[in-house]
Design a protein around this ligand. Structure first.
Ligand SMILES: Nc1ncnc2c1ncn2[C@@H]1O[C@H](COP(=O)(O)OP(=O)(O)O)[C@@H](O)[C@H]1O
Ligand SMILES: O=C(CO)[C@@H](O)[C@H](O)COP(=O)(O)O
Length: 494
């Protein structure tokens, strides 16, 4: 039997690379290769060497090829979806000048505040770019680099986001897409292009940046001979522009601008993200109004402390991550990395309500509750900013799609179900970011609309649907009351 035409969707996220091998005709996941990343840094620093992402991509592709048993010649296209916002600076030969600053590096918080002020305040930024600078936004990181490491900032021959860096390694072409570009802070969602006024403010030469391809589906080039040798794939196969990981998850779900407000998404990874979609350009200061990969928009809110923070608490307590109980009186805000939503970049974790009879299982449960309430509050704020009343019965009853590594965990699912009171949908495709990237690759290789393609791939699937349980408002109120009272000086706010 001839081999199916196969595409590879790559998810280069904070903790690892996943390479999904997908049958381009049916959407069947044939194999997933994985390889870990290394994140370093103390205090607010979070860095990774971009060369390790490139090596992890090679390792993940090799592992996927082996698992699938397919001949490499079956592969017809590849696309990369990457963790958003990271700042990669390269020399003239495309080599990293220094480790990349990651999205969850909070050292650039003072630069974010200064930039917000200098450009006329939060509304001016949201109107132009869709987002108000916080430490995560790449523009804040570039300002930090210029102030803190001026030698490498002035030596930069190219400035990239993580997914553009990898795409360029594949195709030898400097290209990005509007989705990931919209998280940089120097791309105007109003104008659909890099913003000269913002580039001026940042002292960033547009010549250092990649071209913005029309959408993430565009074929921006072909796999070079060098990349083909490094990955063991055929030279000349299609390389798509790719996109940011959250935009790619939206594609993987087969949801474009019309579908997502009815079915908001909660991603449980290192970051907790909530996103919906909109055909209207978001300009609220309360969220990130990113561009989506299909020409629509992706209103999104993101927390810094989700699965990794809860795993750290489990490790400190010496219990398995699934061995948790509801927190009882204990409230634990696991803001181990500072926090982005709410904007508390210098916050640390906070524990209250400890008693003699508090168990380790309750403490771990309290960490799940603290992380879950934080991201579910961000969901309410996002729905409000999109013109919906999150408390209205019709809106509160909308199902929430749970994705990301944490969605594999029983405790995460139970905690989100109990604290949201919403019906949950657990998509049957585990690796939605990689699946979205595979749809972008398939469209680049064979034409068609990636969102429609992914929707067709997923049509035969059987998503798990969980009916709502009564909302645990007592815990919600206990956690939010601690958060509201502590958000001032105790958590580093004003
Ligand atoms: N079976 C599981 N149960 C609970 N959590 C899980 C499980 N598998 C993975 N995870 C969580 O998923 C996280 C990784 O998710 P992922 O979405 O890949 O993260 P990222 O995109 O930030 O790299 C880990 O921090 C881990 O806590
Ligand atoms: O900063 C954001 C979104 O704005 C994060 O969602 C990053 O895109 C990293 O995602 P994960 O690696 O945690 O999935």
């Amino acid at each position: 039997m001839p081999s199916p035409a196969v595409v590879i969707g790559v998810d280069s996220s904070t903790q690892s690379t996943k390479a999904a091998f997908i049958d381009a005709g049916t959407g069947e996941q044939l194999a997933v290769g994985r390889a870990p990343h290394v994140v370093t840094g103390e205090g607010g620093a979070r860095e990774s060497d971009p060369e390790t992402w490139w090596r992890a991509l090679g390792d993940a592709v090799a592992a996927g090829l082996k698992e699938s048993g397919l001949p490499a010649r079956a592969v017809t296209g590849i696309a990369v979806a990457g963790q958003q916002h990271g700042l990669v600076v390269l020399d003239g030969a495309g080599r990293p000048l220094r480790p990349a600053l990651l999205w969850n590096d909070t050292r650039s918080a003072p630069q974010a505040a200064a930039l917000t002020e200098e450009f006329g305040g939060p509304s001016a930024w949201a109107e132009r770019t869709g987002s108000v600078p916080v430490a995560s936004i790449t523009a804040s990181k570039w300002r930090w680099l210029r102030e803190t490491d001026p030698a490498n900032a002035s030596a930069a021959a190219a400035v990239r986001l993580p997914h553009d860096f990898l795409t360029e390694r594949l195709a030898g072409v400097a290209a990005t897409d509007p989705g990931d570009a919209s998280g940089s802070g120097w791309y105007s969602t109003a104008g659909g292009a890099y913003d000269p006024e913002l580039l001026d403010l940042l002292g960033l030469d547009a010549a250092l940046l990649p071209e913005v391809a029309p959408t993430g589906a565009a074929r921006i080039g072909s796999l070079t001979e060098a990349a083909a040798r490094a990955l063991g794939l055929p030279a000349g196969i299609a390389v798509a522009a790719g996109t940011g990981d959250n935009m790619s998850a939206a594609v993987g779900l087969g949801l474009g601008g019309d579908g997502l407000l009815d079915h908001p998404v909660l991603s449980l990874g290192t970051s907790g993200t909530v996103f919906a979609a909109s055909r209207t350009r978001p300009t609220s200061t309360a969220l990130n109004g990113f561009a989506a990969a299909d020409g629509t928009y992706l209103p999104l809110a993101c927390t810094l402390n989700c699965t990794l923070a809860v795993d750290k608490v489990a490790e400190l307590l010496g219990v398995d991550r699934e061995d948790a109980a509801p927190g009882g009186e204990a409230v634990l805000l696991p803001y181990l990395d500072g926090e982005r939503t709410p904007d508390l970049p210098t916050a640390a974790g906070l524990l209250t309500g400890l008693r003699h009879d508090t168990t380790r299982q309750q403490l771990l449960g309290a960490a799940y509750e603290g992380a879950a309430v934080t991201v579910l509050r961000a969901l309410d704020a996002l729905l409000s900013a999109c013109g919906l009343d999150p408390g209205a019965p019709e809106v509160a009853a909308r199902p929430l799609r749970l994705i990301g590594g944490g969605a594999q965990g029983r405790m995460w699912v139970e905690t989100v179900r109990r604290l949201s009171g919403r019906p949950l949908v657990l998509p049957d495709s585990g690796e939605l970011v990689a699946l979205g990237a595979a749809a972008l690759a398939a469209a680049a290789a064979g034409g068609g609309d990636p969102v429609a393609l992914a929707a067709a791939w997923r049509a035969a699937g059987t998503d798990r649907r969980l009916p709502p349980v009564e909302r645990d408002t007592e815990t919600w109120e206990r956690v939010t009351s601690v958060l509201d009272r502590a958000s001032g000086p105790l958590l580093g706010g004003t």
